[in-house]
Design a protein around this ligand. Structure first.
Ligand code: GDP
Length: 193
């Protein structure tokens, strides 16, 4: 059946979000470095499968080669299942995402989040960026415009509500995400007609 995948760096709140979406309890703050397999769950209110992909990026105490392997596994999984994946949700931490992207941008370095965003598009999966922890962000519009800029989307972010979804998973305010995902699902259904 139709699949929606969730990917993101460690500690962005992916487990918290998964709990909101599925009603299932997840270990938040799971011991990082334990290589996880993609896990599948039913999205409570919708008729499709949610796949929780292993967290990638910096994890305290985890060797570089393990981190690289996790990222490679995530990319392989998406590639192998691109035909059934209808939406790719990239979860980021709204408070730190710009700093992290800028710190990892260079002549021969592309930040993981930016790379994954473009990768999803390249394999034909519409990406939705769930910008989490918005409760900690004061300059909301400015921050979201900056994120658009870093992702190569023309600001203002409000033009991109099918792609940029500001949420606070911890408080259960995730409507912009569910709406963005639904939009894409309906598009996919129309395309099938
Ligand atoms: P994961 O590693 O991506 O699965 O992240 P977790 O779901 O374990 O969350 C990491 C930390 O971020 C935990 O301390 C959560 O309570 C916190 N967190 C998750 N969502 C939010 C949010 O919307 N706002 C704030 N302020 N903290 C959050």
């Amino acid at each position: 059946s139709a699949e929606v995948v969730l990917a993101g760096r460690s500690n962005v709140g992916k487990s918290t979000l998964m709990r909101e979406l599925t009603g299932h309890t997840f270990d938040t703050g799971q011991r990082p470095g334990v290589t996880q397999e993609p896990n599948h769950y039913d999205w409570t209110s919708e008729d499709f499968v949610l796949t929780d992909l292993p967290g990638f990026g910096y994890m305290k105490g985890v060797p570089d080669e393990v981190r690289e392997q996790i990222k490679t596994d995530v990319v392989r999984y998406i590639e192998a299942n691109a035909d059934s994946i209808l939406v790719g949700v990239l979860v980021v931490d709204g408070k730190s995402v710009i700093d992290i992207i800028d710190r990892h941008s260079g002549p021969d370095e592309i930040p993981h989040d930016v790379e994954l965003f473009h990768f999803l598009r390249d394999v034909g999966i519409p990406p939705v960026v769930a910008v989490n922890k918005m409760d900690k962000v004061d300059d909301r519009d400015e921050r979201l415009n900056e994120l658009c800029d870093r992702l190569g989307l023309h600001p203002p972010w409000k033009q991109w509500q099918g792609t940029i979804a500001p949420i606070t998973a911890k408080r259960g305010s995730i409507d912009p995400l569910t709406e963005a995902v639904r939009d894409h699902l309906h598009e996919a259904e129309r395309d099938d007609l």
